[in-house]
Design a protein around this ligand. Structure first.
Ligand code: FES
Ligand SMILES: [Fe+2]
Length: 404
């Protein structure tokens, strides 16, 4: 990895461990209003202006193994099908027929030469063009060339596939900025899907994102697992453009060079710093990815309403031989499930408390500032003028955003 970046992060880790008071550059972070987690109008704005526009993770390119492979998602709110064309390109489309709107696939995933509508069998190529219309004699002047499936942006970076419903969105690589190179250290193209876990949470999606942007809670919530492994006093965070972020926390001495995975299933691409620490990238709006050797996960927070969320964990690991997933990857998923259950246990009670007359704004420590950074990006994505009264966070940390 870039040696300047590695030096910077290691120096900051040492500074964090040594300090006994907030660092000199720290400011008092303005309070975070809790209405943003409970207000129905706020959630409506998020659906339209965040989930309807942002780059959203949908999988790894290997999950579309051949021409005609398709996968359907409704996670962002709209029904979208991503399909690999004859030319090898992945493309996204709304799963809606141009005749009268019926789905062109009902299966979650599959392989097809044509996507054929479920209602009257209009049929589309894997590039979205309309190929055939049964009984076309009954339509006057049907311009088939203009009746392709409605496209959705779909871009792949280092093997990872994202969609955006916003035709004006900046290209995925530009949005990712420094994360694109830094996360590529894990060698995305060499990955293969291990499996997916979903936790149904009784809370606003941002409460769960917030929890993955700090390690302050680790000793309290995860005393029997993560706290053994990580020294939360070393936590080093960087606010990156577009609401993205990086968080690095050192492993305790006893575990720093301990092999967490067998040599056979180790990811040789993972650099030393990522091995000796837990380093996770926050990708706006709803994705957190902790780097690791062996199997690692993309944590996706998908709102299912203003006060419920699906936490989807999509696991990947370096490609292995044969069909069977290596047992140690499955074991890691099980272990991680225990950690997630501990996080999850806090969520519904917090949602209940901030929905009660006892609700008060959140106090954020300097070590938790990624939360303010993320919440500020939410406001900027919605447009600060549109926010319900009293729900905005401040712009006080805007000057702390770094470029690497
Ligand atoms: S709605 Fe698709 S063929 Fe009629
Ligand atoms: Fe946690």
């Amino acid at each position: 990895m870039d040696s300047t970046l590695e030096r910077t992060i290691r120096d900051r880790i040492d500074e964090e461990k040594a300090r006994t008071a907030p660092p000199a550059e720290a400011i008092e972070i303005p309070l975070i209003p809790v209405g943003r987690y409970t207000d129905a109008a706020f959630y409506e704005l998020e659906k339209q202006r965040i989930f309807g526009r942002s780059w959203l993770f949908v999988g790894h390119e290997s999950e579309w193994p051949q021409a005609g492979s398709y996968r359907l998602t409704t996670r962002s709110g709209a029904p979208i099908v991503v399909v690999r064309g004859e030319d090898g390109e992945l493309r996204g489309f709304y799963n809606a027929c141009r005749h009268r709107g019926a789905p062109v696939t009902r299966d979650e995933c599959g392989t097809a030469r044509r996507l054929t509508c479920q209602y009257h069998s209009w049929s589309y190529g894997t590039d979205g063009t309309l190929k055939s219309v049964p009984d076309s004699r009954s339509f006057t002047d049907l311009d088939q060339g203009s009746l392709g499936l409605v496209p959705v942006r779909c871009e792949t970076w280092d093997g990872w596939v994202f969609i955006s419903e916003d035709a004006q969105a900046v290209p995925l690589l530009e949005f990712l900025g420094p994360i694109a190179d830094q996360m590529a250290e894990i060698d995305g193209p060499a990955m293969r899907a291990v499996g997916t876990q979903v936790h149904r949470l009784e809370c606003n999606w941002k409460l769960m994102v917030d929890a993955f942007l700090e390690v302050y809670h680790v000793r309290t919530v995860h005393p029997d697992n993560a706290a053994f492994l990580y020294n939360d006093q070393s936590a080093t965070v960087t606010m990156l453009p577009h609401g993205n972020s990086r968080l690095t926390v050192e492993k305790h001495d006893a575990f720093r060079d301990f092999a967490m995975v067998s040599e056979e299933n180790d990811n040789p691409a993972v650099p030393l710093l990522w091995r000796q620490t837990s380093t996770s990238f926050g990708i706006f709006p709803n994705l957190v990815v902790p780097m690791d050797t062996g199997a690692f996960t993309f944590l996706c927070m998908w709102p299912t309403s203003g006060t419920t969320t699906d936490l989807e964990l999509r696991w990947y690991a370096p490609a292995w031989a044969g069909d069977e997933v290596p047992q140690e990857h499955l074991d890691r998923m099980v272990l991680f499930d225990t950690v997630m259950a501990q996080d999850q246990a806090n969520m519904a009670p917090i949602q209940a408390s901030i929905s009660s007359p006892g609700a008060r704004p959140f106090h954020i420590g300097w070590h938790e500032r990624l939360i303010h950074h993320f919440e500020r990006a939410v406001d900027l994505a919605i447009g600060p003028d549109l926010l319900p009264v009293g729900t905005a966070v401040s712009d006080a940390l805007d000057g702390y955003v770094e470029l690497a």
